[in-house]
Design a protein around this ligand. Structure first.
Ligand code: SF4
Ligand code: SF4
Length: 405
């Protein structure tokens, strides 16, 4: 079967249109620019290689095409989508087209004036991220002083009458603060709280050793969440997303490759998941060159991991394959260098020991490490260029080795 780590690729057959549903969820990553520098940022580590951004007219064209294909939910994300001056115009067009719209933001740049215009233009929902309930950790993990600003923005979001999701990415530093994070969300009047344990892609993969929690931390945090759920009822709905390194079966990633999710990167590359850009050997089609309809139904990239034909053993003959579809292709590649392997979170995978080892190593480290006791690589342009150059050098060296007799 196809090994994405090698340049010779099989090409997937176009999907039969009757077997593929519409891209219900469109994520418009308007820009990779962001004033924050989060240690767990989900943007690609080599984001500095992708500086181009679609124009307003090109984004509007994407929205119109996606809506025609059946997309219903639209997230405006980034980077920080407020870095784009045309966000308000894009929201207005999305509203006119009938999308349910969500702004996914750090809050930086969300002024009263912009909130007012976004409300008037029909924005439905805002997801505001915090890094922690304490100023110290919030500011450390984003490498900015933004805690007070985020608090002010949260109050303004509620004052303008938006439903609000508070989002907090969890890891070993802030898992012991889960009760305080929930208290903060309740005090702010958030309707939803997403406690999203770190998934180890992008910058989070770079910082995996620093961020990986212990099983005990997770158990305790989950118990706290359960206690609050009973106490607060419907006042705030709390989502607690467990990190899959602690499971023995993988998640059904994106509900399946090319199944419901369509991401458009700032430069117009169309992606079946946020992290897909990290997969070598796949050329992602660009909305500047081809229609969304062609991309969704006919492109090699979107068809590569649809269905079961691409699977290797043990997935190919596994009786659970329709449940999880073999897990996450990006995680399979990151941990086994072959995106067509089973996600090694699965204990049937020959590579599962890698996951077990990471979790075991996390348990050995002290739970009380101060964040600055270990170096964290923050997302910024200099680190992006450095890591990208080093990845290129490693790839070139392996290629050279591969040509040796
Ligand atoms: S995770 Fe942090 S750095 Fe990355 S886009 Fe979001 S706010 Fe910006
Ligand atoms: S072997 Fe593959 S299909 Fe079976 S449970 Fe594991 S990841 Fe899922």
């Amino acid at each position: 079967m196809t090994d994405l780590s090698t340049p010779s690729q099989e090409h997937a057959q176009p999907a039969s249109r009757s077997s593929v549903g519409p891209p219900l969820w469109l994520l418009a990553e308007l820009t990779y620019r962001c004033p924050l520098h989060c240690a767990f940022c989900y943007n690609p580590v080599n984001y500095t290689d992708h500086r181009d951004e679609l124009s307003t007219a090109q984004w509007i064209d994407v929205l119109q095409q996606a809506r025609k294909l059946g997309a219903a939910q639209l997230g405006f994300s980034g980077g920080e989508p407020l870095m784009r001056d045309d966000l308000e115009a894009l929201v207005a067009e999305a509203h006119r087209l009938g999308f349910y719209t969500n702004l996914i933001t750090s809050g930086v740049g969300l002024t009263e004036a912009r909130l007012g215009t976004l409300k008037a233009n029909g924005l439905d929902h805002i997801q505001l991220s915090f890094q922690d309930s304490t100023q110290e950790l919030n500011d450390f993990l984003s490498s900015t002083r933004t805690f007070d600003l985020k608090n002010r923005v949260a109050r303004s979001i509620k004052a303008h009458g938006f439903p609000m999701v508070l989002n907090c990415v969890l890891h070993r530093y802030n898992l012991p603060h889960v009760d305080k994070i929930i208290d903060m969300a309740l005090a702010m009047g958030a309707e939803y709280l997403e406690l999203a344990n770190t998934q180890y892609y992008g910058w989070a993969h770079t910082n995996r050793a620093q961020l990986m929690p212990t099983a005990e931390q997770l158990r305790e945090a989950e118990a706290v969440v359960e206690r609050y759920r009973k106490e607060i009822g419907n006042r705030c709905k709390i989502f607690f997303v467990v990190p899959d390194y602690f499971e023995t079966r993988p998640k059904r990633c994106m509900n399946g490759w090319g199944s419901v999710f369509l991401g458009i990167a700032p430069d117009g590359a169309a992606l079946p998941c946020h992290s897909a850009r990290s997969l070598p050997g796949l050329t992602f089609p660009n909305v500047k060159d081809t229609s969304l309809e062609h991309i969704w139904f006919d492109s090699d990239a979107f068809n590569r991991f649809r269905g079961f034909e691409w699977m290797k053993e043990p997935c190919r003959s596994c009786d659970e394959k329709s449940k999880d579809l073999g897990g996450c292709r990006c995680q399979a590649y990151l941990l086994t260098q072959d995106a067509a392997n089973a996600d090694p979170v699965c204990d049937k995978s020959a590579h599962h020991e890698q996951v077990v080892r990471v979790v075991r190593d996390a348990a050995r480290r002290s739970e009380t490490l101060a964040p600055d006791e270990q170096p964290v690589t923050f997302r910024n342009d200099a680190n992006s260029r450095r890591l990208t150059a080093s990845t290129r050098e490693t790839a070139a060296a392996s290629r050279d080795e591969g040509t040796q007799p």
